[in-house]
Design a protein around this ligand. Sequence first.
Ligand SMILES: Cc1ncc(COP(=O)(O)O)c(C=O)c1O
Length: 375
Amino acid sequence: MEKKLVPDYIENLEVYQAGKPIDELARERGLTRITKLASNENPLGPSPFAIKEMTNALWDVHRYPDMFAHELKSALSSLYNLKPQNIILGNGSEGIMGYIVRAFLQPGEEVVTSENTFIGFLILAKSVGANLIQVPRRSDYKYDVEAMAKKINENTKVVYIANPDNPTGTYITKEEFDFLMKYVPKHTIVILDEAYFEFAQSQWDYPDSMNYRYDNVITLRTFSKAYGISGVRCGYGFGHDYLIGNLHKVKLPFEPGLIAQKGALGALKDYPHLVRTIQNNTEQFQELFSYLNSHGFKTIPSVTNFITIKTGSEEASLYLYNQLLNHGVIIRPLRANLMPDHVRISIGTKDEMLHFYEAMNQVLPGYLEKYGALR
Ligand SMILES: Cc1ncc(COP(=O)(O)O)c(C=O)c1O
């Protein structure tokens, strides 16, 4: 058989689609007032501490950064009461997912996860030729852990759980996590992707992975969401020395870069900024939830910094998305997540949400006439 230049599993991949950047919309439509509610970022911006650390670090960018990121690992060690050898850093938590698939997944091995979950991981798993087993969700949009447990077998190398999940905002409970772990063999790695941990941790039945000590679980967290520095790319992972040690063997040595390491250190120092971030999220979340429900949208219960709604069809989703773009508001249609009849709205500041409500009030009459409310 003829040898191929590019393997089928790469050729068949689709490039990740990010939320529309503000500059792009400004260029396309000549708009000046733009609100981006499309990528679950921190609307308050970075902490001034992070900005100061990053600005100071600019003078040192002719040097490679500390490949062991001693300072940042020490700060994380104290915060979580862990040893530095249990910590890995990367270019965002997605960077660490890249190391995980590179180190542990081989072509043909199976990854068990839920349908419509975080696309970034699904693309990475496919990129090494893994076989994705995506279990359908329950009707309430939650991961179906019972069905997932049934799919775990000898050939399962990774179980991926985004907890809370993106794009639905749902989470698996302590009870569900305990149940699922009973079916996971020792040779299977469980990735607990806790990118939205800071928003979800107050739920009494949320399984904070720091309270568990499984040798085959890797926790991933990030500075991109509640800590507000997604632009410089810094994420972190926790796990057993053996797993973390092996991940370091495939890690690119100078990730994350100097500015990212310093930004993360600054962000960690500013606890009040984190509190303000969560407070803003709680307040604006409640208002958005009420607004959407009172206007007849079916909302998915979320414990994150975004709300996903059912529009009922891809056409309705794209109509809403495009009409809001005309008013300078960017939300996220979910076709790439195979949820084309849904859209996702990130929580913004009070002013940004006012912009969203103003735009919605303009768009809604036309939308409802065409597509009606769902209930
Ligand atoms: C569930 C989940 N995991 C990981 C990420 C990626 O985060 P990072 O910026 O740390 O790579 C995201 C970003 O949207 C996410 O939603």
